[in-house]
Ligand binder design. Structure first.
Ligand SMILES: [Mg+2]
Length: 238
């Protein structure tokens, strides 16, 4: 069975909502924090914690209003209908915040899609409302990402599954090593090329649907050998 895992920011959602959020509400400080993350000086969890701390004040109502401007990929719901008609489960994996992932999915009528993201609480401090993130899905050994996408992918899939991953950024680098079919755009393309990971480049979900349709018409779809080995390795380690 085919099983699709999909990144949110810049993939299911056309824009990187998290990046825009912090750039808008924490300004230059956020840019500096993200640059330290890109240079590998801080991990994703520290990055989110520092970004949230850098936001002076943001109430849930202000946050709601802010995310109204963001939309999903124009072909995303068509892609979801395609997957549903073929009984292909789709799960969203995000290293962003659950507050906006859930709301943007709901606004587009796809709130039934399961998603995993980091959690955010709003904490009143005098006249301000602070964002306080928490991380329910970290990995006990690897702290590269805040929400460990690899673990979701492995837990939710079985031996017979053919794993499809769709993504664009840094938090997708790890999970694509375990996926049989990789769809990449933007920065993730360069990473696949450098790491010799075979991938399908895509611009929007119309491309993903079209290519998956072609793949499904083949008599037999082979798993990616390196991905099978990588998955086996994790299970051997217990
Ligand atoms: Mg992304």
């Amino acid at each position: 069975m085919l099983r699709v895992f999909c990144d949110f920011d810049g993939t299911a959602a056309s824009d990187d909502v998290g990046e825009q959020l912090f750039r808008t509400s924490a300004g230059g400080k956020a840019v500096e924090i993200v640059q330290r993350y890109f240079r590998g000086e801080i991990n994703a969890r520290q990055c989110l914690q520092e970004e949230c701390a850098a936001v002076e004040s943001l109430s849930p109502e202000e946050f709601e209003r802010f995310i109204e401007q963001f939309a999903l990929d124009p072909y995303f719901d068509e892609f979801i209908r395609f997957c549903e008609s073929r009984e292909i489960p789709v799960v969203i994996l995000s290293d962003g915040l659950d507050f906006y992932v859930g709301r943007i999915l709901r606004r587009h009528g796809v709130e039934h899609l399961p998603f995993f993201a980091n959690h955010v609480e709003f904490v009143r401090e005098d006249s301000r409302t602070k964002l306080v993130p928490s991380f329910p899905f970290t990995d006990s050994e690897c702290d590269l990402c805040a929400n460990c996408k690899r673990n979701h992918l492995l837990i939710l899939s079985g031996d017979d599954d053919l794993i499809v991953y769709v993504g664009d950024g840094i938090s997708d680098r790890c999970p694509i090593r375990y996926a049989d079919i990789v769809f990449a755009k933007k920065r993730l393309i360069k990473y696949c090329q450098e790491q010799n990971i075979s991938y399908h480049a895509f611009v929007h979900f119309g491309d993903v649907r079209h290519r998956l349709d072609q793949i499904l018409q083949r008599k037999r779809v082979k798993k990616r050998r390196e991905a099978v080995m990588a998955r086996r390795e994790v299970f051997m380690q217990g």
